[in-house]
Design a protein around this ligand. Sequence first.
Ligand SMILES: Cc1ncc(COP(=O)(O)O)c(C=O)c1O
Length: 271
Amino acid sequence: MLLVNGEPAACVDPRDRGLQYGDGVFETITVRGGKPELWDAHLERLMAGCRVLDIPSPDPEQLAQEVAQVTADEIRCVAKLVITRGAGGRGYRKPDEPKPTRLVMRSPFPDYPSDWSDSGVVVRLCRTPLGLNPALAGLKHLNRLEQVMARNEWQNPEIAEGLMRDSEGFVVEGTMSNLFLVDRGTLVTPRLDRCGVAGVMRNRVLELAKSLGIPAREERVTLATLQQAEGAFLTNSLLRMWPIRILKGQDCPRATITATLKSALDRVLEG
Ligand SMILES: Cc1ncc(COP(=O)(O)O)c(C=O)c1O
């Protein structure tokens, strides 16, 4: 099910700048029983991305209504929103009067093995580096070639995720997820001021840690810090939280903080 500017349609203008240049932003959202999880946070990041890129912001009410329309009657599915600057302009120069394109689509929920959330996942290290660009850091923009290259480095279905380092070698995130580790009782997550996507679930976990009195900090994370951690886990809007069981072929310990945060997260999201 796909709506293009509110109309059921299967195609967009081939001159759309989202297709030509990746000139836009997107969100991927879990929808349960018609309720989009963490909706306000997704909307906020989408709007922030539009502001930074100077794309006219979509109407939140209209987006909510279209998400409800495409996900009606589904017990659990994924809603994806894409906002592009639309067609037009001369080369990279943006059109004087942009007419953004709004896509709202539904897809099935990914069938991740059910034990990955509890028993944890196998994670590898990717070779593809993340370029540094503070102007775009944190945004969920449509330029995802680094993630595409990194994800295509492995085919083994037992490996759930690959970690990516920036061009200076600091560990930043997974190809589709954010990373947390536990260091001497403190929750640590890589700083996202130079690259990476500021995940909605990452934010939720940081808020939860604060409310539970778990100390947390953002910092540049080296591979050595990660490998010496008391535990590590990944987050995103669909998988919520996956503990890391094996990293680079080595068994990872399981920190109590991971279990505490996981049950708190499940409680707030189910509640
Ligand atoms: C590269 C990348 N980092 C992090 C995330 C996690 O973001 P969120 O928690 O908003 O789903 C995603 C989600 O798809 C992603 O693609």
